[in-house]
Design a protein around this ligand. Structure first.
Ligand code: NAD
Length: 363
């Protein structure tokens, strides 16, 4: 089959890790007889420099006409001026909105080979395998007004957390569907004791839950969820949370897996039927890691696992997705480690080498 993949590497380590994913897709193409046509697009800080926009129209057009979007990461100190009119992150928010990708799926599975890389005790990490679904198109990141101003009594700022029934309902449904395909347990995260948006969220979770009598629904306040994530993370199966809560909880969850460099994600407009195609955006959850950018030492595994999700969710190709996940597991079993997941005494390899080893293990 022929597929068009939009490749938006972004800034910092984004291009370094994305390159390894492209290499991997080329190898999958050779193995299974698929052709991947890659079309590159600018996004983030480098797009601001070259085009004056964090998401040039041409990039959005390329993304919209593709089967899937492979995304790196955006941002960095060069573009951090708080007074700047455009910020690299605007590109990411705009593409999610532009493609109406409202559900960010973030699997958190502790790989036994890396149990020692985490700062948590091995007993806490045993059996951890859950998915966080983060709402992507509403809440604080999009709500208006969002501004800063000066009054006679000093500076003031406001952000707005806003949600509609439509935004809440569609992401909750993704949560229920995902839970139905797993252990049938959905944890809905909110702050219903304080926030009105959370009370709407909880009310709708109960209403929609009636359509899924086979799924056990629990409500957990976001502060309690943050605590349980490091105390008893194996209790979770599927978690669903609004935009900001999901953003914060998944960075915390990355600690369970040993490094930010291990966690993939998929941004979708719903869960596609198995075997069907549906445009999605696939990216590691980490940022541009300015502290290690350009050194060739970034861990490409989060991007590579995002590529497995791309094959599964956007192209309907389950077998190569499983093959990639298996190759990552075997590379780790064979003792290969990038710097971020290495323990004392391990042989440390760079970004490119890790990519090459995983490609070679595809068989
Ligand atoms: P970060 O994820 O870039 O880095 C946090 C820490 O994790 C750093 O020490 C970094 O070296 C390490 N790390 C991250 N990915 C790694 C990898 N693949 N291999 C090895 N180590 C890795 O978060 P940050 O430092 O808070 O943010 C840096 C920039 O990235 C900021 O401009 C931020 O806005 C941006 N950012 C972008 C995205 C995105 O594009 N989706 C997400 C988060 C942050």
């Amino acid at each position: 089959m022929n597929f068009k993949i939009a490749v938006l590497p972004g800034d910092g380590i984004g291009p370094e890790v994305t390159l390894e994913s492209v290499k991997l897709l080329e190898a999958i193409g050779r193995k299974y007889g698929h052709t991947f046509n890659f079309e590159h697009g600018a996004v983030g800080g480098n797009a601001i420099d070259d085009f004056g926009s964090a998401l040039p129209d041409s990039t959005l057009k390329t993304a919209k006409s593709s089967d899937a979007v492979l995304f790196g990461s955006v941002g960095g100190p060069k573009w951090d001026d708080p007074k700047a009119k455009t910020r690299p992150e605007d590109g990411l928010l705009a593409i999610r909105k532009g493609l109406d990708l409202f559900a960010n799926i973030r699997p958190v599975k502790v790989i036994p080979q890396l149990i020692d890389s985490s700062t948590l005790k091995p007993a806490v990490l045993e059996g951890v395998d859950f998915v966080v679904i983060r709402e992507l198109t509403g809440g604080l990141y999009y709500g208006r007004p969002q501004k800063r101003w000066t009054t006679s009594r000093g500076r003031r700022a406001v952000d707005t957390m806003a949600y509609t029934e439509k935004l809440v309902g569609r992401v909750l449904r993704v949560g229920f569907e995902m839970a139905r395909g797993r252990k049938k347990k959905l944890t809905s995260v909110d702050k219903a004791n304080v926030l009105e948006t959370s009370r709407l969220w909880r009310e709708m979770a109960v209403e929609i839950g009636k359509e899924y009598p086979d799924v056990e629904l629990e409500h957990v306040l976001v502060d309690t969820a943050a605590m349980q994530l490091v105390r008893t993370p194996s209790r979770f199966d599927v978690m669903v949370a609004e935009n900001t809560f999901g953003d914060i909880l998944t960075d915390e969850a990355a600690v369970l897996c040993g490094s930010m460099g291990m966690l993939p994600s998929a941004s979708l407009a719903g869960i596609p039927e198995p075997g069907t195609k549906a445009l999605g955006l696939f990216e590691p959850i980490h940022g541009t890691a300015p502290d290690i950018a350009g050194k060739g030492i970034a861990n490409p595994i989060a991007s590579i696992l995002s590529t497995a999700m791309l094959l599964r969710y956007s192209l309907g190709l389950e077998e190569p997705a499983l093959l990639i996940e298996d190759a990552v597991g075997r590379a780790l079993s064979d003792g290969y480690r990038s710097a971020d997941i290495a323990s004392p005494g391990d042989t440390v390899i760079g970004t490119q080498q890790m990519g090459d080893i995983i490609v070679s293990l595809l068989g």
